[in-house]
Design a protein around this ligand. Structure first.
Ligand SMILES: [Zn+2]
Length: 255
């Protein structure tokens, strides 16, 4: 019961912040060229080679498809940590893998276009999902958000639902929070169940799963989705968290 209280409190607090910076977003990016690569387009040599291989020869991709079992260290490029996914580099952000404070790519155009399609589909089906959403957040925005939560809740509690500056997946421009038509983070069960089962069709994974706090470092968030591109389907079907699937370290902050 105590946990439930914190979840609800977390939701209401985050929602206030999420609403504040989400309004202007939806009109700005209607002309998104889809650049095929994930947000990690900075390091693109590997993307090209592995996607060609995947198209040409399905049998050779079986090595890569065992990513779920293989443990690999995330590499760091000065801005973010990443692993080599089946279709290209995949950015890893969690409490063990922070971003550089200067890293501010804005919303990834490919991820945003896909997110807006998902949103439109949910609305067409009658789910009470708003056009508002919370996407890219700068290091500075996250810093003030997090500090507010710490001031209200104490650091230990804040750490369970809000990332410290530099540790938020929203800073990559690949993460989006869905907001319901009442302005709250999306928790309505049927909508969340649809999202959990279909986000992968749009290249997204629901990032913070039930019962996986030890792996992800966060309490479950039915509303937070992360763009990973084509491999989202394999990740979804594995039932694993991003950390488990790629065999990278997660969980709590290194003290
Ligand atoms: Zn989020």
């Amino acid at each position: 019961m105590k946990q439930r209280y914190w979840i609800l409190l977390g939701i209401s607090l985050i929602t206030l912040a999420a609403c504040g910076n989400s309004q202007e977003k939806q009109t700005s990016e209607s002309n998104s060229q889809s650049s095929q690569t994930l947000a990690s387009s900075n390091s693109s040599q590997e993307v090209a080679s592995s996607s060609t291989q995947a198209e040409a020869d399905t049998s050779s991709s079986s090595e890569a498809s065992q990513a779920g079992q293989v443990s690999q260290d995330a590499a760091y490029n000065g801005s973010y940590y990443y692993v080599e996914g089946k279709y290209g580099p995949v950015i890893i952000v969690n409490k063990k893998h922070p971003l550089a404070s200067s890293y501010a790519p804005g919303e990834d155009p490919t991820a945003l276009a896909s997110f807006l399609e998902l949103l439109a589909n949910m609305q067409a089906q009658g789910f009470a999902v708003s056009n508002q959403y919370s996407g890219f957040r700068s290091y500075e925005t996250q810093a003030s958000l997090y500090q507010n939560y710490v001031n209200q809740d104490g650091q230990a509690n804040a750490d369970r639902y809000s990332a410290r500056p530099g540790y938020s997946e929203h800073q990559t421009g690949l993460a989006f929070d869905l907001i319901d038509t009442a302005g709250n983070l999306l928790t309505e069960p049927t909508a969340c169940q649809w999202l959990a089962q279909h986000a992968h069709e749009y290249g997204f994974v629901v990032r913070y799963l039930e019962g996986k706090e030890a792996s992800t470092g966060y309490m479950p968030e039915s509303w937070h989705i992360r763009y990973v591109g084509q491999e989202a389907t394999e990740i979804y079907q594995s039932g694993l968290t991003l950390e488990e699937y790629y065999g990278v370290e997660g969980g709590d902050y290194a003290q």
